[in-house]
Write a protein that binds this ligand. Structure first.
Ligand code: CA
Length: 231
């Protein structure tokens, strides 16, 4: 069955270009040019992936992202931002976006990101075995994608979950940002490792009792990150 992608973009030419390329690649496409309308579509249609422009009439992309994550909708989101809006990208990721693409972008690159993100969330569903992992106050059920801290359920986005899963599967080993970008984001082209750092800090906010002084996800200066091993 073909996957459904919602394109939220008020610039018609760009929306059409994205839609054309996605359809050609076999995706079903929904388009919305307005933030509030997009929210309605997300709730009703449950797309498999959302391409979300930041500057929108009605409600901007940040708010759309914030609202859907608050409603625990874990659909992968690719944020679109205009060139040189560095802050925007970081904010977009902090609000729950899984990836971002900067305008102007090549349709091929966007398609690669869409496929990578969908493949990853699919893999996550298919490869999860009935396995749990626990360390101190952290308990993870990999099959149900449930994470609990102190018996309280913590909501993670699919990317956060996948990143954490990768770190845990390689616990005790230092993993570089480049490797994480390659393994978790599936980038074959030059990626920006800040995306890794932003996701790590988001994870820490959710699972560390003192994010500034992390217990589970440790920083290894100049190298990368390491998940704490059992004592
Ligand atoms: Ca726009």
């Amino acid at each position: 069955m073909s996957k459904k992608v919602l394109v939220v973009e008020d610039e018609e030419a760009i929306a059409r270009l994205i839609s054309y390329n996605l359809k050609k690649a076999g995706f079903k496409v929904l388009i919305s040019g307005d933030g509030l309308e997009a929210l309605e579509k997300i709730r009703l249609e449950r797309p498999d992936l959302i391409i979300l422009d930041i500057m929108l009439p009605g409600m901007d992309g940040y708010d759309v992202c914030r609202v859907i994550r608050k409603e625990d909708i874990s659909i992968p989101v690719i944020m679109l931002s205009a060139r040189n809006e560095e802050m925007d990208k970081v904010l977009g990721l902090e609000l729950g976006g899984d990836d971002y693409v900067t305008k102007p972008f090549s349709p091929r690159e966007l398609l690669a990101r869409v496929r990578a993100l969908l493949r990853r969330s699919q893999n996550l569903l298919e490869t999860s075995e009935h396995k749990t992992f626990s360390l101190d106050k952290l308990v993870i059920d990999f099959s149900g994608h449930v994470l609990k801290m102190n018996d309280r359920i913590v909501q993670l986005t699919p990317k956060e979950f996948e990143l954490l899963e990768y770190l845990i599967r390689h616990r005790g080993i230092v993993v570089s940002r480049d490797l994480l970008l390659d393994q978790v984001w599936d980038y074959n082209f030059m990626g920006d490792t800040r995306i890794v750092d932003v996701h790590i800090s988001r994870l820490r906010e959710k699972i560390e009792s003192d994010p500034k002084n992390p217990y589970y996800i440790q920083t290894v200066r100049g190298v990368g990150y390491k998940f704490k091993e059992h004592n």
